[in-house]
Design a binder for this molecule. Structure first.
Ligand code: MN
Length: 149
């Protein structure tokens, strides 16, 4: 990123010249209706700062990894699974995802859920739950009810 300032686009949660990508390649991992924009990255910054938007009724991949996420919700509301806890999340809430902790974000049915997410630039790839992991997670009824895979 060489620009010093990037304007927000006229409509919505996009920025001029910032590409809106699919969250992940289709078929790579289970998710529904999520976009990804990289706001800041590059030389001198050991992090990557992204904006994700989950469409109404959508969800991010249930995954875990060694790297952490520092999240701030800036649009809408929803719920997230962090480890064994499910939290309602809304505007300007902060969410911390520790290392190797299962996590999934879901939007409410009526509006998009948008959040900023800070990660290390160099990071390990996400792990998806194995059948054993899923069975373990599903032992807790509140988790069984929540997760989308
Ligand atoms: Mn993750």
């Amino acid at each position: 990123m060489t620009k010093h300032k990037t304007k927000r686009s006229a409509q919505g949660y996009t920025w001029e010249g910032v590409a809106v990508h699919a969250y992940k390649a289709e078929g790579q991992a289970p998710f529904k209706a999520v976009t990804r924009q990289v706001l800041f990255e590059g030389e001198g910054l050991a992090a990557q700062w992204r904006y994700f938007e989950v469409a109404p009724g959508g969800y991010t991949t249930l995954e875990r990894h060694q790297h952490v996420h520092a999240v701030m919700v800036i649009r809408g509301q929803g719920h997230c699974l962090i480890g064994e806890e499910i939290h309602p999340i809304g505007l300007f809430d902060l969410v911390w995802v520790p290392p190797l902790t299962w996590h999934q974000f879901q939007a409410t049915a009526d509006e998009p859920l948008g959040f900023l997410c800070l990660v290390n630039a160099e990071r390990d790839p996400p792990q998806l739950p194995s059948e054993n992991d899923l069975a373990e997670l599903r032992r807790k009824p509140h988790i069984a009810k929540f997760i989308r895979v």
